[in-house]
Design a protein around this ligand. Structure first.
Ligand code: FAQ
Length: 335
C-alpha cells in the first residue's frame, strides 16, 4: 500500500522522480510526442498519472467555481430592477450551473466521481476561484460581474478550448459561447445605468468597479514566477497562455471598454506604455489573494455554508431521480 504514495511522474522540472521501466518510458515518450504534434487526448488514451491529476485538479476547481459563482449573483434574482433584467439574470445563473455540470462530467471521464469532488468542496479541501468570495452589495455589482468577471473568465477560457484534453476542450467551447453573452449582458446593464441613470446610479456603478477591479485581476492566478503548475501545464498543452500574459490581455481590452462606459479604473499607475505596447498597471495585493484562497476572504464561510445547504436541500431531488431510474430499468427489463 505504501507504493500508492509514490509519484512516478515529473516534478516541476519535468523529470520523473524515479527511474521508469522501459515500457513506461516508451508510453511517456509516445504521449509527449502526440502532445508536441498538437493531438488531443481522449479518456481512453494512455496518459501519465500526473497529467490526469493535474486535469482533475484544474477541471474540478473550475467546476466548483461555476457552482459557487452562482451564489453572488443569485443573491440579486429577487431584487432585479425589471422583469427583463430578472429573466436575463435567471438565465445567466442557470447557465453557470450548467457549466458546472459539463465540467464535473469532463472530470468524471478521468476516473473521479462527482460525489467525491463535491465532498472535497463541502469539506473546504478543494479550491474554487477567489473572485466568488467577495460580496455583491448593489445591483451594479451584477453588471460589473458580467463585464469584469465574465470578461476575465472568457480571456482565460478561450485558450482552454484548445486544451490537449479533448473532453475539457469540448466543454470549454460551449461554455465560452455562453460566457460571451454573459459579458455582454453585464456591460449592457452598466451602459444603461451610466447613460440613462441618475447620478446616484452612476456612483453605484463606479463604486462596484472600484471594488471588483483588483479581485478580477487576481482571477488569472499568481504571477508567473509564483505559479507552480504553469510550466508543466504549458508543456502538456493544458494551459496555452501564462497567467501574467492573460492578465495583461485583459487589462488592455478592459481599459478601452471602461472609457466607453465612462467609468474610471481604480489604479493611479494605469497608463499606456508605448515601448511595450501594453498598459502598465499597479501592484496587485497578493497577500489579499492568498488570504482569500486560503479560506479567509469576506464571504468564504458563507459561500461554503450556502453550497452545503443547497446540497442537503436537494437530496430529495437526487433520491427521486435515482428511484425513477431504478423503476424505469425494472419496467424495461419486465417488458
Ligand atoms: N482562485 O500554479 P497556478 C468563472 C491556485 S470561472 C483560487 O497558477 P494553475 C465563470 C491554483 O489552483 C472562474 N485559487 O495554478 C463565472 C493553485 O492551487 P493548487 C474559474 C487560485 O492551475 C463567471 C495555486 O493557486 N476559472 O469565472 C486562483 O496552473 C461569473 C497556484 O496557481 C477557472 O477555473 C484563483 N483565482 O492556474 C461563473 C479556469 N488562481 O491547485 C459565475 C480554469 C490560482 O496547487 C459567474 N483554470 N489559484 O492547490 C485555470 O485556468 C487555472 O487553474 C488558473 C490557475 C489560471 C486559475
Amino acid at each position: 500500500m505504501y507504493t500508492q504514495a509514490m509519484d512516478l511522474m515529473p516534478k516541476g522540472d519535468g523529470k520523473p522522480s524515479v527511474p521508469l521501466s522501459a515500457t513506461e518510458q516508451q508510453l511517456l515518450d509516445r504521449f509527449e510526442a502526440r502532445i508536441d504534434d498538437g493531438a488531443f487526448v481522449e479518456p481512453k488514451d494512455w496518459m501519465p498519472d500526473h497529467y490526469r491529476r493535474t486535469l482533475v485538479r484544474q477541471i474540478s476547481q473550475h467546476a466548483h467555481s461555476e457552482i459557487v459563482g452562482m451564489l453572488p449573483e443569485g443573491n440579486w434574482i429577487t431584487r432585479a430592477p425589471t422583469l427583463k433584467r430578472k429573466a436575463i439574470l435567471l438565465a445567466k445563473v442557470q447557465d453557470e450551473g450548467g457549466h458546472g455540470l459539463y465540467l464535473y462530467a469532463a472530470a468524471e471521464t478521468l476516473g473521479v466521481s462527482r460525489d467525491e469532488l463535491i465532498d472535497q468542496l463541502h469539506a473546504g479541501k478543494a479550491k474554487y476561484s477567489s473572485i466568488f468570495n467577495y460580496p455583491t452589495l448593489s445591483w451594479a455589482d451584477v453588471g460589473v460581474i458580467g463585464w469584469l468577471v465574465d470578461g476575465a473568465a472568457i480571456m482565460n477560457q478561450v485558450p482552454l478550448c484548445r486544451c490537449s484534453y479533448a473532453p475539457y476542450a469540448r466543454a470549454m467551447i460551449r461554455i465560452c459561447r455562453e460566457e460571451s453573452f454573459h459579458q455582454r449582458q453585464g456591460y449592457d446593464a452598466l451602459l444603461v445605468m451610466m447613460r440613462d441613470g441618475t447620478p446616484r446610479q452612476r456612483d453605484m456603478v463606479q463604486d462596484a468597479v472600484n471594488r471588483w477591479w483588483w479581485p478580477s485581476l487576481m482571477m488569472f492566478g499568481p504571477p508567473d514566477e509564483a505559479s507552480n503548475h504553469s510550466e508543466q501545464s504549458m508543456r502538456w498543452g493544458i494551459k496555452r497562455i501564462s497567467n501574467d500574459d492573460l492578465r495583461q490581455k485583459f487589462v488592455d481590452a478592459t481599459v478601452q471598454q471602461a472609457k466607453v462606459l465612462g467609468v474610471s479604473l481604480p489604479d493611479p499607475e494605469l497608463r499606456w506604455n508605448e515601448a511595450r505596447e501594453h498598459f502598465d498597471f499597479g501592484p496587485i495585493d497578493w497577500d489579499e489573494f492568498w488570504r482569500v484562497v486560503g479560506g479567509d476572504g469576506p464571504c468564504n464561510r458563507e459561500r461554503l455554508a450556502d453550497r452545503a445547504q443547497a446540497w442537503d436541500e436537494g437530496a430529495w431531488v437526487r433520491e427521486a431521480a435515482l428511484a425513477h431510474a431504478a423503476k424505469s430499468t425494472t419496467q424495461r427489463k419486465a417488458a
